[in-house]
Design a protein around this ligand. Structure first.
Ligand code: SF4
Length: 283
């Protein structure tokens, strides 16, 4: 008996497996329901507002006021989606949630002028094969710089990583660069992470060596996932991330009982995918 392999790996799935194999299994393979989280839902709302800013508002009109209008419209798009509705915010909590989202959108303007950005793709799903595995990722924004080179931008709404975590999180940057090179035939000149909370921009320049390194790391993770699925051996790895883990009740590290493949706790996710409006690249 073995567990089914995931159909693909994304940067978040790679990070999840490295953080804790058991949480990865529950989320990606068993797909146990996870309660909505306020930080993740806020990130979804802010991403939608910025997506709307670029797809609905022409360059020259992308002001902070226009962005706030798009944030209000994004709230209208998403407020009844289970990811937001499931938070069951009361009036005060909703006001605080929306005000925090507005702060993140306002901070975005500290990092760049969206009127100068030549976006050619927003919320762009890219995928590529690497050996027997399929890698997939959604690029928040793909643009052309003044030299006509590709630049990938990823918005981050959580806290910027500390130095020890920064390198591992920048692995996701190489992942996006690899996808771009494979799917569009060109390596991006830069990948930038815009941390809206601080606000802070972290810029990385992908190289052939850095992309080769990503391929090696992703292949190693895939081999480990294949082995774990074949042996049904996904071990818990307790860390400070456990404080936010939805699976403590099924985690032996917390005295919980392991869910087996035949367990009734195994169920499809309750949240349908969020709707997206996704202009495609015009390269
Ligand atoms: S509680 Fe911690 S160790 Fe257990 S599954 Fe979650 S992240 Fe892993």
């Amino acid at each position: 008996m073995s567990l089914p392999l995931p159909k693909s790996l994304s940067p978040s799935k790679v990070a999840s497996f490295k953080d804790c194999a058991l949480a990865f299994r529950y989320s990606v393979i068993d797909r146990l329901p996870e309660p909505p989280s306020a930080p993740a839902s806020k990130g979804t709302l802010v991403h939608r507002a910025l997506e709307r800013l670029f797809s609905q508002v022409p360059a020259g009109h992308r002001t902070p006021a226009a962005a706030m209008d798009q944030l209000d419209l994004a709230w209208g798009d998403l407020r009844f989606h289970p990811e937001l509705a499931g938070l069951a915010l009361d009036e005060e909590a909703e006001a605080e949630f929306r005000s925090d989202a507005a702060r993140l959108v306002a901070n975005y303007f500290e990092l760049e002028d969206p009127n100068q950005v030549r976006a050619v793709g927003i919320e762009l799903m890219l995928e590529a094969k690497l050996g027997s595995m399929r890698l997939r990722g959604v690029i928040d924004r793909l643009e052309l710089d003044t030299d006509g080179e590709l630049v990938i931008t990823d918005y981050k709404t959580g806290r910027a990583p500390g130095i020890p975590f920064e390198n591992s999180r920048l692995g996701g940057v190489q992942f996006y660069a690899f996808l771009c090179e494979q799917a569009l035939g060109r390596r991006p000149a830069r990948v930038q992470l815009l941390h809206l909370g601080e606000p802070l921009a972290i810029v990385s320049v992908p190289t052939p060596q850095s992309i080769r390194g990503l391929q090696g790391r992703a292949s190693a993770v895939w081999t480990a996932v294949e082995r774990a699925c074949a042996s049904e051996d996904f071990r818990p790895r307790p860390s400070r991330l456990c404080d936010w883990c939805a699976f403590q009740a099924h985690c032996p590290a917390f005295g919980g009982e392991l869910v087996t493949a035949a367990s009734p706790a195994t169920a499809p996710p309750t949240n349908p995918a969020l709707p997206t409006g996704t202009p495609q690249p015009a390269l």
